[in-house]
Design a protein around this ligand. Structure first.
Ligand code: HEM
Ligand code: HEM
Length: 487
């Protein structure tokens, strides 16, 4: 018994010693940077394959920063009691991944690479976030501590929401470091592809958030979606007009295309802002942002390329972007018929509305996957451009799925009442019947709406009412209300 107690008492110190020893060993293993370099002259990585430690590092960090922290962030925003346990699990994995990153053997990488530099920034941010989080968790809400808490909360909130963006950046840095890409002359091109590609994906994510949980918000904010989009396009265009060519020097390479693209962006953006109000000053939808994307896609698809695979990938990127533009215009003008959302309650959407959103993700991945070095890699491999493009589309689907899952999680936790009502209505026996009936009715009404004018609509609705076998059921819209009331 006494022996058992001693062992138990001694356990923490044993654990500390053991882990210190392991970390010391790992740190020693990291010495390869200071030893003789195996990187050949003019190369950016050595010839050796990536070792298991580094593979595990990649997997663990992607799991921690790419999956667990973002889930934890949503749990934090929705004040779930699972927030802290989730982030603690993520933090433990991140610590493990950190040491694995330092302990790897196998392939060597140039010293002072961007991934290892940025890892310090991310690591310090995470440490700060955990310390702030633990302080918040103590719930000292009175007196002086209460005042400090009020200060700390916004910090934890802002850093928390910035974490997925920082993590995304670090994962991209990890990818280019592993392959030894984007060094020297390639930096500018890489930055252009990764920033623009990520921006397309971010735009897709923002549109998905607005569609799934922000319809009411956008209606209340007093501006149409196109006003915001056009303003961003105009601002971005201004920047590109003056930064894509070094003024006062000769016009080289693609300077003309990039600068004129900047010009059309701000010209069109201003027009888009103007069209965002109707004659009474109410927010109005318009075609401009979709059209700008269409033009950008066309310009991109015509960008001259040397390699066949590069030309094919750029062409596919351009077509995808053009498809975003066309489908967005169709969505606004014909699916939504200029309305801000499909239904009054802002809870539903038409499947078509997902098309431009997904294509934005796909365009982003295609562009990010089309730097010179990546294209060389594919051209020198047995893979053809079709397989490469399919891989990029698959990645787009995965990120599309995951972001939709996060938005769904947020929706469930943030709007439990309305979801429970729907859920209850769909599950209750009688209510289920009514809900189904209501859904069929609204579906019918929606389809008919597309085919008839307003006057005809009233007439048709009357017919629908008469043909209903349950006389207690009024118009389809009240069926919906009945369901809600009976839960
Ligand atoms: C492991 C240590 C962590 C602890 C103990 C912790 C604790 C907390 C607590 C107690 C809150 C609620 C604050 C309040 O409502 O007054 C909170 C909110 C939040 N946390 Fe954490 N957290 C941790 C890590 C993280 C990380 C790593 C992230 C980001 C990836 C994060 C993101 C957030 C967000 C976005 C909120 C919502 C803030 C808001 O109301 O806008 N937390 N956290
Ligand atoms: C966001 C998650 C990640 C974090 C926080 C992270 C952090 C780190 C850290 C701290 C190191 C040690 C740096 C040093 O040697 O000074 C490292 C090394 C490394 N990581 Fe990551 N990493 C992440 C994701 C990835 C991913 C996704 C990849 C690859 C696809 C990757 C590839 C590498 C490589 C190749 C090294 C070795 C660099 C070298 O030896 O100089 N990492 N990482």
């Amino acid at each position: 018994m006494a022996a058992g107690l001693t062992i138990r008492a001694a356990w923490p110190s044993v654990a500390v010693i053991l882990s210190t020893a392991t970390f010391a060993q790992m740190a020693a293993a990291h010495d390869h940077h200071e030893g003789v370099s195996h990187i050949a002259e003019g190369e950016t990585v050595s010839q050796e394959p990536i070792d298991t430690t580094l593979w595990v590092h990649i997997f663990v960090q992607m799991l921690a920063y790419g999956v667990i922290f973002p889930i934890g962030m949503v749990l934090g925003i929705t004040k779930s009691r699972w927030h802290v346990p989730t982030q603690i699990l993520g933090t433990l994995l991140a610590i493990l991944g950190f040491f694995l990153g330092h302990a790897h053997g196998g392939r060597e990488f140039v010293g002072g690479n961007i991934h290892s530099i940025f890892s310090h920034i991310l690591q310090i941010t995470l440490a700060a976030q955990v310390v702030l989080g633990l302080y918040l968790k103590l719930h000292w809400e009175k007196g002086f501590n209460g005042k400090i808490r009020k200060l700390i909360r916004p910090f934890h909130s802002v850093i928390g929401k910035a974490m997925p963006i920082l993590s995304w950046t670090q994962m991209l840095f990890g990818g280019i470091t592993t392959l030894g890409f984007c060094q020297g002359d390639h930096v500018g091109q890489c930055a252009a592809h990764f920033i623009m590609g990520s921006a397309f994906i971010a735009y897709g994510i923002l549109l998905a958030i607005t569609l799934l949980v922000g319809q009411i918000w956008i209606r209340r904010c007093g501006r149409s979606q196109e006003f915001i989009d056009s303003a961003v396009i105009a601002a971005w265009g201004c920047v590109n007009t003056f930064t894509e060519h070094r003024w006062g020097t000769a016009w080289v390479k693609n300077d003309w295309q990039h600068t004129t693209m900047g010009i059309i962006w701000w010209c069109a953006g201003l027009a888009g802002m103007w069209l965002s109000r109707d004659r009474d000053g109410n927010p109005k939808r318009n075609f401009i942002p979709g059209f700008v994307i269409l033009m950008t896609g066309w310009a991109m698809s015509a960008h001259p390329q040397e390699l066949m695979v590069s030309a094919a990938t750029h062409a596919m990127f351009g077509y995808t972007l053009m498809a975003v533009g066309v489908t967005r215009i169709i969505e606004i003008a014909f699916v939504l018929r200029d309305k801000h959302s499909l239904d009054e309650d802002g809870r539903s959407w038409n499947s078509f509305q997902y098309v431009p959103i997904f294509l934005l993700y796909a365009a982003g991945f295609l562009f990010m996957g089309a730097t010179e070095e990546q294209m060389d890699l594919v051209a020198n491999s047995p893979m053809d451009h079709v397989s490469y493009i399919l891989i990029l589309y698959s990645l787009a689907f995965l990120v599309f799925l995951f972001s939709n899952m996060l938005i769904g999680l947020y929706d469930r936790l943030a709007n439990p009442l309305s979801n429970a009502k729907k859920f209850g209505a769909a599950n209750g026996h009688l209510n289920g019947h009514l809900a189904e009936e209501g859904q069929i009715r609204s579906a019918e009404e929606f389809e008919l709406d597309g085919l008839m004018s307003d006057d005809e609509g009233d007439e048709r609705r009357g017919m629908l009412r008469r043909s209903g076998d349950d006389s207690s059921l009024d118009t389809p819209s009240t069926v919906g209300k009945n369901n809600v009331n009976t839960v």
